[in-house]
Design a protein around this ligand. Structure first.
Ligand SMILES: [Zn+2]
Length: 384
């Protein structure tokens, strides 16, 4: 059965298939094993390059110089009043996918690991709303590369298009898993039909378009073997504002995407959250199997300074940083039926974000950043 599904889908790595089959079988769902195998072509693609020591940088080195990769001045701050990327991603046929099977549907908050395994997944969101070009916090990416720290980057569809060179660099680096963070950071609880579908599928089209155009570059064509480890589609999704309802959660899972929340919130979209406070939150909240959320789009105001405070301490405690897909493959996901930041219902307030902005927002936003520089109010629309 597994081979049948595996044949239907275009797997670039046998390792991914066996890993996902094991995940499904462990859940006691033999009949669903093929579904899980077929599901996330992106899952565990980085397995072969587990750990910085075995990181394959051939593709990165072939396509970019160190100067190309390094952070540049002026890139971090979001630029408001830029509407050049506000239109939808051009139509294209998405790669095949299967809906998420029953035992993996819902909002994944963390992963229960076998005793003794100290894995943690750092996740960084790169949100971009209409009417702006969000930032690229190169200091974070440079640090993670220098230290060989894996991370999963939840990237907005608009961001992928407005930062195509940076997107190529991140896609080409096996240190990073690239995942879907909606098209334009809209509150999916307020959307239905075509608009809901666009927020979910737009970034899939954007990623696959970048993948296709990048594949034609000479520097990629000379690195055939390294290129095969680059996932052909994204398999994970994060809801903007950490807000979902049953309809949007179903829509995400039906699109073949696992919904990934978090159990450790850095609070970094709040400008008042110091580097020390972010590091303290990470160190206080992290347990084996944790998923930590921060931002790398310029709205994690002190994140770049915080990570060097927290990461070496976690490493010293025996933690190993892995991608979300690797974390999922190592244990049992803890899944809930609603999306929230710290407790159920706490992100529902973003349904009234525009009103809330008029009344002045509370000082501390949800982890996914309702209050960034300039705020997110422009993204909120009432139900169509
Ligand atoms: Zn976001």
């Amino acid at each position: 059965m597994r081979q049948k599904w595996a044949c239907w889908f275009d797997f670039s790595k046998a390792a991914s298939a066996s890993l996902l089959a094991a995940l499904a079988m462990r859940a006691g769902a033999a009949a669903l094993a093929c579904m899980a195998v077929a599901l996330p072509a992106g899952w565990a693609q980085a397995q072969a390059a587990d750990g910085a020591a075995s990181r394959d940088t051939r593709l990165l080195q072939s396509c970019f110089t160190p100067a190309d990769l390094a952070a540049k001045g002026g890139e971090k701050a979001p630029r408001k009043g830029q509407r050049g990327f506000d239109g939808p991603e051009p139509a294209r046929t998405l790669r095949p996918y299967a809906p998420v099977p029953g035992h993996l549907r819902g909002a994944i908050r963390r992963v229960k690991l076998p005793p003794g395994q100290k894995l943690v997944a750092l996740t960084l969101d790169l949100c971009e709303q209409p009417g702006e070009i969000a930032g690229y916090d190169g200091a974070i990416i440079d640090y993670l590369r220098k230290e060989g720290v894996k991370a999963t980057l939840f990237i907005g569809g608009k961001w992928l298009r407005s930062h195509e060179t940076r997107a190529r660099q991140l896609i080409a680096d096996p240190l990073f898993e690239i995942a879907n963070h909606a098209a334009a950071h809209r509150n999916l609880r307020l959307l239905t039909g075509k608009r809901l579908r666009e927020e979910i599928e737009g970034p899939q089209r954007a990623y696959e378009a970048v993948h296709e155009s990048f594949a034609k570059a000479q520097c990629v064509r000379s690195q055939t073997q390294a290129w095969t480890s680059v996932p052909q589609r994204m398999a994970l999704f994060r809801f903007p504002f950490g807000a979902c309802n049953k309809a949007s959660l179903d829509a995400v899972n039906n699109a073949g995407l696992l919904a990934i929340q978090w159990d450790v919130s850095t609070g970094d979209p709040w400008p008042g959250q110091s580097a020390k406070a972010i590091a303290a939150e990470i160190l206080r909240g992290t347990r084996p199997g944790s998923i930590v959320i921060g931002h790398a789009n310029g709205r994690g105001f002190n994140t770049a300074a915080a990570l060097p405070l927290a990461i070496p301490k976690l490493k010293a405690q025996g933690y190993r940083f892995v991608t979300v897909s690797e974390l999922l493959a190592a244990g049992e996901p803890e899944i809930v039926s609603s999306c929230y930041n710290l407790k159920p219902g706490d992100t529902d307030r973003y349904d009234n974000l525009a009103t809330a902005f008029r009344r002045k927002l509370p000082k501390r936003p949800a982890a996914d950043g309702a209050k960034g520089a300039g705020g997110w109010s422009a993204t909120v629309k009432k139900k169509p």
